[in-house]
Write a new protein. Structure first.
Length: 117
């Protein structure tokens, strides 16, 4: 059974930084990892993704330059470094893994990031 556990969320002031982490267990083979977020009253949106090797990264256009995604395969963990946080970054951040073996997506339960203005 695949499980994803996110951590690192919390309350931060505008302009501050946070690093989220997500550790996967129960998954085999290669897999892409990514982050999505959902603000109150909004739809879930793509934030960033990273390939299995880590050599390819993808970002939501509006977040480029502030957010950085990277992974440590030895730890089955993906990270999201968020700098210069803005009030509008407030959301529940979800980790997603896409299995390279069967193409299935797996989601974590999310971690709340609150940016105070």
């Amino acid at each position: 059974q695949v499980q994803l556990v996110e951590s690192g969320g919390g309350l931060v002031q505008t302009g501050g930084s946070l690093t989220l982490s997500c550790t996967a267990s129960g998954i085999t083979g290669w897999y892409a990892m990514g982050w999505f977020r959902q603000a109150p009253g909004q739809e879930r949106e793509f934030v960033a993704a990273v390939s299995w090797s880590g050599s390819s990264t993808y970002y939501r256009d509006s977040l480029k330059g502030r957010f950085t995604i990277f992974r440590e395969n030895a730890k089955n963990t993906v990270y999201l470094r968020m700098n210069s946080l803005k009030f509008e970054d407030t959301a529940v951040y979800y980790c997603k893994v896409r299995s390279g073996l069967d193409g299935l997506d797996y989601w974590g339960k999310g971690t709340l990031v609150t940016v105070s203005s």
